[in-house]
Design a protein around this ligand. Structure first.
Ligand code: C5P
Length: 227
């Protein structure tokens, strides 16, 4: 079997990371959640660069950027890679709705993207990697051997995210989560730098009516045809 790069892009909360993780495990590949990297930078910005709840000081963020170090480490108990911001495990904190509400404007800043994309390309230089995000098939790995683009209705996606957050004990309302999902997709698809879009050669997967098993089977079949 040859080692390939699998790029998974799509709208918020389409279950990209679930399927990416399953796929990486089945193939013995590395899995990289690039959203976690943008979330970690956002957490840093929230602590240091926000002037109020919705506005951040872009210049401050650009100045701090060289001092923002992000890496992943596998949690030996769960086997899942967790994200670190300047050596602090921030895996739990970055999933909160407060971070979700601020991540898209931070991710639209070009210098932030340039830094993270460079790091992502290094992680994939030996292939054997599944990476999910918004610009993986278009910008990070335009040469990826397999590109998937995942969609589902906003309602399905908000429900999924809402249940995850409630399960984790976060106090959120469904309406708030739905609003966030729609808002993020809007900012992500209309930003100037690397907007979210399906690469021409990406395979579209609408999982609104698929169970996790069905989806995985479908994607595994596509993958096996390539490797
Ligand atoms: O994947 P996740 O929903 O955790 O991503 C959070 C946010 O990070 C997205 O809404 C988007 O603004 C940003 N992002 C991005 N490019 C990526 C991955 C995530 O701009 N490759």
């Amino acid at each position: 079997n040859k080692k390939i790069i699998i790029a998974i892009d799509g709208y918020s909360s389409t279950g990209k990371s679930t399927v990416a993780r399953q796929l990486a495990k089945a193939l013995g590949y590395i899995y990289v959640d690039t959203g976690a990297m943008y979330r970690a930078v956002t957490l840093f910005a929230m602590r240091k660069c926000f002037v109020d709840a919705t506005h951040f000081n872009k210049e401050a963020l650009e100045r701090f950027l060289p001092f923002i170090h992000i890496h992943f480490e596998v949690n030996t108990k769960t086997g899942i890679a967790e994200v670190y911001l300047n050596n602090e495990n921030v895996e739990k904190e970055i999933r909160k709705l407060e971070v979700s509400k601020l991540v898209s404007p931070v991710a639209a800043v070009s210098v932030v993207r340039r830094k993270l994309v460079e790091q992502q390309q290094l992680m994939g230089k030996d292939k054997g990697i599944v990476m999910d995000g918004r610009d993986i098939g278009t910008v990070v790995f335009p040469e990826a051997e397999l590109k998937l683009f995942m969609t589902a209705t906003a309602k399905d996606r908000a429900e999924r995210r809402y249940n995850e957050l409630i399960e984790r004990g976060d106090k959120v309302t469904y309406e708030d989560v739905l609003k966030n999902v729609v808002n993020r997709d809007h900012i992500d698809s209309t930003r100037k730098d690397s907007p979210l879009r399906k690469a021409d050669d990406a395979i579209m997967i609408d999982n609104s009516n698929l169970t996790l098993e069905e989806q995985f089977e479908q994607i595994m079949k596509i993958t096996k045809d390539i490797i």
